[in-house]
Design a protein around this ligand. Structure first.
Ligand SMILES: C[S@@+](CC[C@H](N)C(=O)[O-])C[C@H]1O[C@@H](n2cnc3c(N)ncnc32)[C@H](O)[C@@H]1O
Length: 350
C-alpha cells in the first residue's frame, strides 16, 4: 500500500490544483478571527480588515475576517465530493477593542456559512482544554458584575455535503475498536491536551497547531483507507502526519512558505510517530480486553488481522496501517506501508 501527500505553499482562497469533487474529507483549523495572533494574516488578505481594526470597529473587523474565510469555504465546497464531510476546529474569541470587551462567536458564524451552502450540520464536539493558570480570569476580580467567564474549550464543527458517497473497498478494514467508538463519538473531548506551540524553525514564533490526536481521530471517524483528506490551513502539517498514520491520502495548503522547513522536519519523523500512535491503540485495546476478561466478560470475536479479540463482528477485518517509509516527492511526500501483516505485535515490540 502507498499513500500520496501533496503540499502546496499557496493561498487556499484559490485551490485550482485540486479538481472538483475529488476530496472525501476536510479537516482543518483556520486562523481564528479576532484572535490577535492572526490579525496580521487577515490584514494581509483584506484591506477591510486592516481598516476596521485600525478604526477599532470590532464587529466590522469580525465580519471582514469571516468574509476572507468564506472564500476558502467556497473552495472547500467545490473540491469536496457529494456526501463528503467537513470538520473544522475553531475557538471563539473574547477581546477588548477600544473600550468594548465582547465575545466574537466564530463557531456560530462558520455554521451560518455552511448552512447557507446547503450542508447538513451534524452534532459538534466540544474540545475541553485543561488549564490551571490562575491568571486566566478576566474582568473585575471578585467584584460583581463585570468579571467574564473564561474560554476553556474549542469547537469541532462537523458538516456533511448533501449526496451519497460510494466506497471502492469494504469499510471493515478501516473500522475502529468498539471502546474507541465509545470515547471518540462522545460530544465532549476532555482527554486531549493543547499542544506546545513554540516554533524553532520557520518564520513565526507560534504555530497555532492542534495536537495530532485531533485530526487523527477525525480521519478515522469520517473516512476510509485510501480516501483523500484536504486541509486548506495546513500550518505545521499536523493533518498530513495524521493522514499518513491512518493510511489516507492528503492535500494541504499553507501560504506561509516559511513553514516548509517545519513540515519537512515533521515528515522526517512521520514513520516513528505513526508507528507510535498505532502501537498505543493496540496496547490500549489489549488492556481493555484484559480488563473485561478479568471481570469475567468474554469477547466473542477475534480479528485475525490484528491478532486480538474484539467486541463486534465489524472489527474483525480492521487492519491498522503500519508505515514503513516516508519519502519526499516533487509535490510533497509518499508513504509506504508494510505489505504483509508481519509479527509486529505487542509482544515483538517489547
Ligand atoms: C491555526 S493555523 C493551522 C495550524 C495547523 N492545524 C497545525 O496543526 O499546525 C492556520 C494556518 O493557516 C495559514 N493560512 C491562513 N490563511 C491562509 C490562506 N488563505 N491560505 C493558506 N494558508 C493560510 C496560516 O499561515 C496558519 O499556518
Amino acid at each position: 500500500m502507498r499513500t500520496e501527500h501533496k503540499v502546496f505553499y499557496s493561498d487556499s482562497r484559490k485551490m485550482s490544483k485540486v479538481k472538483d469533487g475529488t476530496v472525501d474529507l476536510v479537516i482543518t483549523s483556520p486562523p481564528y478571527p479576532m484572535v490577535q495572533m492572526w490579525d496580521g494574516a487577515f490584514s494581509s488578505m483584506s484591506d477591510m480588515v486592516k481598516e476596521t481594526l485600525a478604526a477599532e470597529e470590532g464587529k466590522a473587523a469580525f465580519t471582514a475576517m469571516h468574509d476572507v474565510l468564506d472564500r476558502v469555504w467556497s473552495e472547500v465546497d467545490r473540491t469536496l465530493r457529494p456526501g463528503g464531510t467537513v470538520c473544522i476546529n475553531v475557538g471563539d474569541a473574547a477581546r477588548k477593542i477600544g473600550n468594548s470587551f465582547e465575545l466574537y462567536p466564530n463557531h456560530s458564524r462558520i455554521i451560518q456559512t455552511f448552512q447557507y451552502m446547503g450542508y447538513k450540520n451534524l452534532p459538534m464536539i466540544i474540545w475541553r482544554k485543561t488549564t490551571n493558570k490562575p491568571n486566566k480570569f478576566m474582568g473585575s476580580g471578585m467584584l460583581p458584575p463585570n468579571a467574564y467567564v473564561t474560554l476553556e474549550h474549542e469547537f469541532i464543527l462537523i458538516f456533511r455535503k448533501p449526496g451519497t458517497r460510494s466506497y471502492s473497498e469494504p469499510r471493515g478494514k478501516s473500522a475502529y475498536f468498539w471502546e474507541e467508538r465509545n470515547a471518540w463519538f462522545s460530544d465532549v473531548w476532555s482527554d486531549i491536551r493543547g499542544t506546545f506551540q513554540s516554533l524553532e524553525k520557520g518564520t513565526r514564533q507560534r504555530s497555532g497547531a492542534y495536537p495530532t490526536e485531533i485530526p487523527y481521530r477525525l480521519i478515522n471517524m469520517y473516512s476510509v483507507m485510501g480516501d483523500t483528506i484536504l486541509d486548506p490551513f495546513l500550518g505545521t502539517g499536523t493533518t498530513t502526519l495524521a493522514a499518513i498514520a491512518s493510511g489516507r491520502n492528503s492535500v494541504g495548503f499553507e501560504f506561509d512558505k516559511g513553514m516548509k522547513e517545519v513540515i519537512d522536519d515533521r515528515m522526517s519523523k512521520a514513520k516513528t510517530y505513526s508507528r507510535k500512535i498505532v502501537w498505543s491503540r493496540k496496547k490500549a485495546h489489549k488492556k481493555f480486553v484484559e480488563a473485561r476478561e478479568e471481570d469475567g466478560k468474554k469477547l466473542k470475536y477475534h480479528s485475525p488481522t490484528e491478532g486480538q479479540k474484539v467486541m463486534t463482528k465489524q472489527e474483525m477485518n480492521m487492519d491498522l496501517p503500519i508505515v514503513d517509509l516516508v519519502e519526499a516527492t516533487k509535490t510533497g511526500y509518499e508513504a509506504h506501508y508494510e505489505i504483509e501483516k508481519t509479527k509486529w505485535t505487542l509482544e515483538t515490540r517489547r
